[in-house]
Design a protein around this ligand. Sequence first.
Ligand SMILES: O=C(O)CCC(=O)C(=O)O
Ligand SMILES: [Fe+2]
Length: 551
Amino acid sequence: MEQTSPLKPNRRDKTEDKLVDTESAHREEGPQKKLARLGESVEATAGAGDADVELTLNKAYLQKNVTQWLQSAWAKQVPSTKEETTGAQIWGEPFQICLLPDLLERNNPPALVHEMINKVHWSRKQMDLYEFYQSTDLSNMLECRLLANFLQVLRKQVRPWLEEITNLKLDYVSASCSMYSCGDYLLVHDDLLKDRQIAFIYYMSPWQGVEEWNEEHGGCLEIFSSDDQCYPQFPVQRKIAPKNNQFAFFKVGSRSFHQVGEVTTYDYPRLTINGWFHGATNEAFAADSSRAFPRLSYLQPDINYKPKLGLLLNDVYLKAATRRSIQKRIEENSEICLYEFFKREKFELARAQLLNDDSLTWRRQGPANAHNYELMDLSSAKGTVQELLQLFRSNTMFQLLRDFTDLDLYGVDAITPTCSVELQRWSHGNYTVLGDGLVSDENTLDLVYYLNAAEGAAVITYLSPEVEQRAAHENGLDPVADGDLSIEQDEQEEEEEECHDDSVLLTITPVDNALNIVYRCEGTTKFTKYVSRNTPLDKGPVFVISCSYRE
Ligand SMILES: O=C(O)CCC(=O)C(=O)O
Ligand SMILES: [Fe+2]
């Protein structure tokens, strides 16, 4: 097939628009409206509206013996230890993290939250890795007196104090406010970026009776352990629930994998001030950039299995005229969706089997920073499910796809045609993120076939190559650095928005018994969006047969 242009954006839907239009959609209404009620409740708290509230560090932390205790405990790297006067805690596993309850003097959080609700301009952050609201860097918030004050506390008091405790040289701090509403999350990442040395999070939840969050609220900081190659592993090792006025910090490194679990309460937003203390360029940073995700394995076509297409496919797709028009359409658009691809009864049998047959075996697919969904062990397949999977691997399928696309997948010109076939099971909390494993290093023909489809679950987005550039400053979600650097960052952010704008090539919307065919050029990447608990899955999980073919 003569085709050099990458996919064209020809099917735009709601999800895609949301992804592209990260800022504008939320600017008008913003979360402020919803928050007004909560704003009033904190205003009523003593001192919240008070013009002369001054933020101060809890004096207990500045006592010499407490600082020394923390310093020696941090150096020892013991599994767990607690300082009795302040309640400060250090966990050693799976990586060192320190929790400091009551960081500021008593009445500070309500006043801060009041300012966050009433004055901060929030922009919606939406990508493969996250969905939440973020502010600009605190150094750009001159109109927010208390947040500016908080930044001064971080710069003047916390920074030198953390230098003493951690024995690291910390040159400057960057910080912004984050707000997660119901359904928001931040998936597994390590925070590794250039000169970040210490990551910190300051939690605010000044709501009466909900100062500390529980399981039902979601939104925990979740910590992962990692294997010998520094890939984060399921299950989550430790959960740290948001707690009012608590400060958490950890050293950024090649094993500092963490995430923010999805917020599941509609009642309160998850509010934090978070960021990094920066110093020397992190040694692990260079190593990290060469750490690739595992790749799919490709197999040769199965020449022994000879399925009868007439028994499986909708008759319309067997006709020569249909094949010709499919080929024309793929040449023009690089993609097509073939509705009612299999005979309805075959589809129904396969779906029922996938939902009810307990003898099919599934395993979770990691590493956690790349993907989280279940894969069927193909050797456990039987009946109609097996029939469909064998079809996708068969030489007959390669021939059909040659007819659909004119690619050299079959016949004398097909030198080394190969394919990979997966059967995936998608439930709440599942995702894939952008990364090496899903960037094609050659032109590829992708097939995506849904069973038990549900709106908004297992939605696949294809992006053009330039989006990969985001990795440098995005993994970081770097809102900005300190002082002068903030101007440069603003420019960067604008570029990013522009880049997102034309980087979405295609969004595949799940439809039962529809076969999506996508021809993607080298460098094109894709991800399957996180399935939030707000997505109804009443009929059970969504199944996806995902295949890739190469000439
Ligand atoms: O809010 C948290 O608990 C963690 C936030 C985080 O990991 C980040 O923003 O990089
Ligand atoms: Fe982080």
